[in-house]
Every structure is written in structure tokens, then in C-alpha cells.
Design a protein around this ligand. Structure first.
Ligand SMILES: C[S@@+](CC[C@H](N)C(=O)[O-])C[C@H]1O[C@@H](n2cnc3c(N)ncnc32)[C@H](O)[C@@H]1O
Length: 374
């Protein structure tokens, strides 16, 4: 496809922002660090993009909001934002981070919940929970889950996230790459862990509250392919879809999604077969469906953007069937098919595609693709 050469010509280095394309950059920041999300980008990347866009007000959209980094950075700056994600735990974490709290009220509710005698909540363990938790821990977890379900929606995300953090510590699971493995079940005192995690979060909230300007920010459980938003209403988009060979994120968050108590929405990968627009794309057959979904999302993003809206998308290249898949330049090409003008491709990170553990088979870029609805 000769067009790709034009987009390759737009590639420029911006390596200084590399660490901010990952979750690592969020670790020092209160509230941003409430939910470990391996796929996240960081606060400073969002702040940098907002500065580049010259955005001071309006509505920012993140159609793949994950753990809510874009939404929280917008809240810090006093800009409104909306996010969508198909992972219930990610949506819950995003909302827990962006809601406003009355700290003494939260402390009182926590005290009330913890003062209750743990009873059987009648939530039976599924096969995953049976492997992840001892009966002792599950009895407490399910009791607190039922208590949290009765809280109003402006408070439940906070408590659910605190309990999720406790559940992660109480579980026997650990991640080995993309796979969840189980160790010995622990007789963990969930009550103590829940109190500790909620306390830590409140401490972080107090510090973040001093710098945050506030604003309407909310994450919704739903797909970027069909967003319940009016056409032409969004001023900017800052986002990062799943990467091309990254289809493991749904299983990797099994404990988190169990605690969020909802089923995962229709998967990103479950959609139409690819259309003729993708004919000739220089990628293995196995990637065509992924790119047809990227195109479908870009069309939906184009619809909801106003004229002049700016879009920043973090895309990671992949290594599939021994070929380097240039997702960044392909995204720029597909964005133009969706109606956008590509404004630049900035490389944030480069790493080697490895065959086995050591043989270098090419270079993979992680890039910021900038677009505009002209
Ligand atoms: C790379 S992560 C985004 C991380 C986010 N930038 C952050 O800082 O946490 C991509 C996200 O897209 C979500 N996702 C996948 N398919 C989706 C879809 N069709 N609609 C909305 N979100 C989707 C995944 O659940 C995942 O949270």
C-alpha cells in the first residue's frame, strides 16, 4: 500500500516522553496510582498533550479509558471528560479516581461497614474464586461486596476499589506475563486489608484534592464502537486502544473484574468481519480484524468530534507471525479513511522485536499519533 510511505515520512522522535507511555510514570502520583493497570499511560503524557493542544476547557473523550488516566488528568486541570471501557474493573477504578469525596463521611461509612459482624452474604464462589480465595477470606469479601452494593453510586466505586485492592492482596493469584497462576490459598484477614487500603486511598485523595481544579469527569461501561454521545460534541480525544497482539487483558484482570461484579461487555475483538478498505494492508491476515475494529472506532470518534477537534492516540507496533506490524502509521492511514487529517507521528519508545529470547527481528515503535478533524 503506497500510502503508508507518506505516513512514515511523518515520524519524528519524542523519546523523552517514553516512560509516560507506560503505567510506571503514574506510580509517584497520588490517586493516579490507585489501580495498577499494566496497559495504562501516565499523567504527564496527558498533561503534555493537553498543553500541545492548547486546551483549557471543553470536553475531552477517552473512548478506551482503562484506569482513567486521561479523565483524572483532565480533572486535575479543571477540564470535563468522558470515558468508555468494556472492563468493569477499569470503569470502576476510573470513577473511584474522579469522584469527589467528603473525607469524614467516607471514614464514617467505612467504620460502619467494618463494625458489622460478617455474615454469609449468599454470594456463591465461582470456580475462579474457589481457587483464588480461602473460604475464610471469601466469606468476608462477599459480605463487604454486598454492603458496598447498597451504597449510593457516588461512593460505591471508592469502596469497591479499596476492596479490590484488598482482594488482590488476599488472593492466591499472581500474573505470569499474560497468564494468571494460583499459589497456596491464604487465610487473609480481609477486614484488616480493606481498612488499610481505604485508609491509604483517603490519604492520597487529600493530597490530590489540594492540586485538582475539579470538573465533570465520568467513565461509562460500554464500547468505543458505539458511544451514546451526540455528533460534533467532543473537543479533544486522548486515548490508547489495546495493542495489536494484546488480547490477554481480559483474563489478566480476573480478580479485579470479579470484585467489580459485572460481566465484561462485548469484546473489542468481537465485531464485523473486515471490509474492502483494508485490502492490501501490509499485515498478517490475523491482524485484519483488529485493524477493521480500529477503523470502526475511528469512524465513531470522528462522528462525535466537533470540527477542529484534536485527537492523540498512543499506538504500539506489534510483532505478529514474525512480521513487524506498524500500527502507528496504519492508524494514521485509517484515521484519514475515517475523515481525519493526520498531523504527526511521534515516537515515544522503541524496543526490539525478539524471536526466542535473544534474536532481534526488528524494531517496534510506540508512538503518539496526532490527528485533527478539519
Ligand atoms: C491500552 S488500554 C487503555 C489504558 C488507559 N489509557 C489508562 O491509562 O489506563 C486499552 C483499554 O481499552 C479497553 N477496550 C478494549 N476494547 C474496547 C472497546 N471496544 N471499547 C472500549 N474500551 C475497550 C480495554 O479494556 C483497555 O482498558
Amino acid at each position: 500500500m503506497e500510502d503508508l510511505e507518506r505516513f512514515r515520512g511523518m515520524i519524528k522522535e519524542r523519546i523523552g516522553l517514553g516512560v509516560h507511555a507506560t503505567y510506571q510514570g503514574n506510580i509517584p502520583y497520588h490517586v493516579y496510582n490507585w489501580f495498577y493497570y499494566k496497559e495504562a499511560f501516565s499523567r504527564n503524557l496527558v498533561l503534555e498533550v493537553i498543553k500541545d493542544f492548547g486546551l483549557e476547557k471543553g470536553i475531552v473523550l477517552d473512548p478506551f479509558c482503562g484506569s482513567g488516566t486521561t479523565l483524572l488528568a483532565c480533572k486535575e486541570l479543571g477540564i470535563s471528560s468522558i470515558g468508555f471501557d468494556i472492563q468493569p474493573s477499569a470503569v470502576n477504578a476510573s470513577n473511584a479516581k474522579v469522584l469527589d469525596y467528603d473525607v469524614p463521611e467516607v471514614r464514617k461509612i467505612l467504620k460502619d461497614i467494618l463494625s458489622k459482624d460478617v455474615k454469609d452474604a449468599g454470594i456463591s464462589e465461582n470456580s475462579f474464586a474457589k481457587k483464588a480465595f480461602s473460604e475464610y477470606s471469601w466469606r468476608q469479601l462477599s459480605f463487604y461486596m454486598a454492603e458496598i452494593d447498597m451504597l449510593p453510586s457516588n461512593l460505591s466505586p471508592f469502596f469497591r476499589l479499596a476492596l479490590t485492592r484488598a482482594a488482590i492482596r488476599a488472593s492466591s493469584c499472581f500474573r505470569d506475563g499474560a497468564v494468571i497462576k494460583f499459589g497456596k490459598r491464604k487465610q487473609a484477614n480481609v477486614k484488616r486489608l480493606f481498612r488499610m487500603e481505604a485508609g491509604r486511598m483517603l490519604k492520597g485523595y487529600r493530597i490530590f484534592g489540594k492540586i485538582s481544579k475539579g470538573g465533570y469527569c465520568k467513565a461509562f461501561f460500554g464500547s468505543s464502537l458505539r458511544m451514546p454521545l451526540k455528533s460534533g460534541t467532543i473537543d479533544a480525544v486522548i486515548t490508547s486502544p489495546p495493542y495489536v497482539n494484546q488480547d490477554d487483558y481480559l483474563t489478566a484482570y480476573a480478580v479485579e473484574n470479579l470484585m467489580a461484579g459485572k460481566n465484561i461487555a462485548k469484546d473489542f475483538m468481537e465485531s464485523k468481519a473486515y471490509g474492502p478498505e483494508l485490502k492490501g494492508l501490509p499485515v498478517p491476515e490475523a491482524c485484519l480484524k483488529y485493524f477493521s475494529l480500529i477503523l470502526e472506532s475511528l469512524r465513531e470518534i470522528f462522528r462525535v468530534c466537533r470540527r477542529g477537534a484534536k485527537v492523540a492516540i498512543v499506538m504500539g507496533n506489534g510483532h505478529v507471525e514474525k512480521r513487524v506490524v506498524e500500527s502507528d502509521v496504519i492508524a494514521a492511514l485509517l484515521a484519514e479513511k475515517a475523515g481525519f487529517s493526520a498531523r504527526g507521528i511521534y515516537v515515544l519508545n522503541r524496543r526490539f522485536a525478539l524471536v526466542g529470547r535473544t534474536r532481534k527481528a526488528g524494531v517496534l515503535r510506540e508512538s503518539l499519533v496526532l490527528l485533527e478533524k478539519g
